[in-house]
Ligand binder design. Structure first.
Ligand SMILES: C[S@@+](CC[C@H](N)C(=O)[O-])C[C@H]1O[C@@H](n2cnc3c(N)ncnc32)[C@H](O)[C@@H]1O
Length: 256
């Protein structure tokens, strides 16, 4: 089959952001976008998640249509675009700076559609065989409804690959973890340089923690997310804690 050339299509340019009234207690994803890939490159826990997703893709029949919801700067979209060059991949991301960063990085791939909307604004005009949603559900409004949206957007038997931050973001713990792995990799001067360049990461991690404490962002145990996902129309095939115990990974199938 010939790869489908979708060009660099941006299907919806409105900036639809989830409720903006209490933004002071939310992460500022636009500010985060500039430093986000520094985190991805230098955070071994983040790299482990990317490898796990790539390994998962190799175990399933090639999905023809893949949605990366809350796809940020496109790191999961990139893996999917490389592993499934004949498939259509839709990066759904409401933040304009995040999606711009993804478009710039993934310009060489012709099988990606960029969709600048929040999940709750996406109608069911087409369905996916695989939905990837990593570290985004906790930041959305009304998780039960959002999981129902994902169920609606999946074809029966389709896969949901879900990773979600469930526990409180301990900023000091992450800072010392990242600093010690950077120091091993780059020495003290290199670690200090990357920390300075990526100082926005610490600011946004603090904002995430504040939003978790005030209940604006969802926190959950592994059992709680498994139960909600099951209630919203999925069979959970596999689940385990990941990302140093802060997050949960659930591999699920949409029930008929
Ligand atoms: C921590 S980033 C994760 C990005 C990417 N999935 C990754 O793991 O590298 C969370 C992303 O969720 C997006 N997001 C927040 N609310 C959303 C919503 N209601 N619908 C879709 N995406 C949303 C943010 O804009 C942000 O880019």
């Amino acid at each position: 089959m010939q790869p489908r050339d979708l060009g660099a299509r941006l299907v919806h340019v409105d900036v639809l952001r989830p409720e903006t009234t209490d933004r002071s207690v939310r992460a500022d994803w636009s500010a985060y976008a500039t430093a986000y890939d520094l985190l991805s490159e230098h955070n071994p826990a983040y790299q482990a998640l990317l490898h796990e997703f790539e390994a998962f893709l190799a175990t399933i029949e090639t999905p023809q249509s893949i949605y990366d919801i809350g796809g940020g700067t496109g790191n999961y979209t990139e893996i999917a675009a490389r592993a499934c060059p004949d498939s259509e991949i839709r990066l759904i991301e409401p933040d304009p700076h995040m999606i711009e960063a993804a478009q710039a990085k993934l310009a060489a791939h012709r099988n990606i559609i960029y969709d600048n909307r929040a999940l709750e604004a996406v109608g069911a005009s087409s369905t996916a065989d695989l939905i990837v949603c990593v570290h985004a559900l906790y930041a959305m409004p009304e998780q039960e409804q959002r999981l129902k949206d994902m169920r609606r957007l999946l074809s029966p038997g389709g896969w949901l690959y879900l990773v979600d931050l469930g526990r409180y973001m301990n900023v000091a713990d992450w800072r010392s973890y990242l600093f010690s792995s950077l120091r091993k990799e780059q020495g003290l001067a290199g670690a200090l340089r990357v920390f300075w360049q990526g100082r926005e990461i610490a600011t946004q991690n603090k904002a995430i923690y504040e939003a978790q404490k005030t209940g604006v962002y969802w926190t959950h145990s592994e059992a709680e997310i498994v139960s909600l996902v099951t209630e919203t129309g999925f069979e959970v095939i596999k689940h385990k804690p990941v990302y140093r115990g802060y997050s949960d990974l659930l591999v699920c199938r949409a029930t008929a």
